[in-house]
Design a protein around this ligand. Structure first.
Ligand code: SF4
Length: 392
């Protein structure tokens, strides 16, 4: 009995009768190749964009769709849903809190799909990359096919990026493997410029120097002396005599708004609103370690917080009024939400970033940072390189 080789390598054992028939049909292979070209042409000229525009680069993305660059001429339509989009264009800064939402939207896009990182923020975090809240480049959590550099890249640069993407799509349709662009900056980074909390090289001296720098940076700012227009004493001001009024922010005293006892703060706000100060402009909290305080004021011996309020009387005779309260760590201050609806998110922001509790706030929870974020990043004892897994 003849012994057959165990492996027949001529491919004949895998032949299907239909394959042979197709192969022998005159002109079929040519037409199939032409059909493939046609499909590739259609695919590369209908790259629908999902706009993940978060900041200034988003304006350039919008401009790219306008008449001068006119993305539509290459079949690129911007869709507001991930389910009918082929290309996610990430245009702007992506924060730690936003990243899981961006990834979710990316996962909702059907295959095949591609991603363009537009602008330095999306590529590397740009000048925010060392910030507590910013992801240092979107390729830390999702694939990127084309990087469009610039701050911001102009619409023509985005158009160039889309042309590059078309080239890559064509190459992959030809069966050539297209490796997604590595981020050269990431390849060069082996460790952060400032040793992080978990790094063995981080010494107590580095930590102290960083804390010192954070604590003194505000006080070190040289500001030109401002003229202050003293408020006219009025009978209604008795007991709240340190309340300050001014025509505009430049006329407030350089040492900042007057300190009001925390128990009088709500009554003052009520009085001001009754006097026509109906617009809440801002609520800003700051944290001071022991022995430090705002510029021009007596430094407090112990750690404390200050919350400054600014309200405006709108219309003819518009004026501003500002005051501040000083709080011990953990001490609450009355919420202004019952008086000003706009205090809602402003108080949440200060609670989130500085850790000031606002008594009576209807929904006091984090605003900017993820719910599971640890610490309050705008406190002066918060190391700027604190890890925020998995990105930092
Ligand atoms: S790269 Fe520049 S223009 Fe673009 S989002 Fe960042 S800061 Fe704005």
């Amino acid at each position: 009995m003849a012994v057959r080789p165990r492996t027949v390598d001529d491919g004949s054992s895998f032949e299907h009768p239909l394959y042979t028939t197709l192969l022998n049909t005159p002109g079929l292979s040519v037409s199939v190749a032409a059909l493939d070209d046609l499909l590739t042409w259609g695919l590369t000229n209908s790259l629908w964009v999902f706009p993940m525009a978060t900041s200034c680069c988003g304006i350039e993305l919008m401009a790219a769709a306008a008449s001068r660059v006119d993305l539509d001429r290459m079949g690129t339509i911007v869709r507001g849903t991930p389910r009918q989009a082929d290309v996610m264009v990430v245009a702007g800064t992506i924060t730690v809190k936003m990243a899981p939402r961006v990834k979710l939207l990316w996962d909702q896009m059907p295959e095949p799909k591609w991603c363009i990182a537009m602008g330095s923020c999306a590529i590397s975090g740009d000048f925010y990359r060392e910030l507590y809240s910013v992801v240092p480049g979107i390729d830390t959590f999702m694939p990127v096919d084309v990087y469009v550099p610039g701050c911001p890249p102009n619409p023509e640069a985005l158009m160039h990026g889309l042309l590059r993407l078309q080239e890559k799509v064509r190459a992959s349709r030809r069966g050539e493997q297209v490796v997604r662009d590595p981020n050269p900056a990431l390849l060069a980074i082996t460790k952060p410029s400032v040793p992080r909390l978990v790094d063995a090289e981080r010494t107590a001296e580095i930590a102290a120097a960083q804390e010192e720098s954070a604590a003194t940076s505000t006080a070190a700012e040289a500001r030109a002396p401002l003229e202050f227009e003293a408020p006219a004493a009025r009978p209604a001001d008795e007991g709240l005599e340190r309340r300050l009024h001014a025509d505009d922010a430049a006329h407030f005293p350089r040492e900042g708004p007057a300190l009001v006892p925390v128990e009088q703060h709500l009554a003052l706000a009520r009085q001001l609103k009754a006097e026509g100060f109906r617009q809440l402009v801002s609520i800003v909290a700051s944290h001071w370690p022991a022995g430090r305080g705002r510029q021009g004021a007596e430094p407090a011996e112990s750690e404390h917080f200050e919350v400054a309020y600014l309200v405006r009387r709108v219309g003819a005779g518009s004026r501003l009024a500002a005051w501040a309260v000083r709080l011990a760590p953990g001490e609450p201050v009355a919420s202004l939400v019952p008086l000003y609806a706009g205090a809602d998110w402003q108080e949440r922001e200060q609670y989130d970033l500085v850790g000031v509790p606002f008594a009576g706030h209807p929904d006091l929870r984090r605003l900017m940072m993820p719910e599971n974020y640890s610490g309050h990043p705008l406190r002066r004892d918060f190391a700027s390189d604190s890890p925020a897994a998995p990105w930092r």
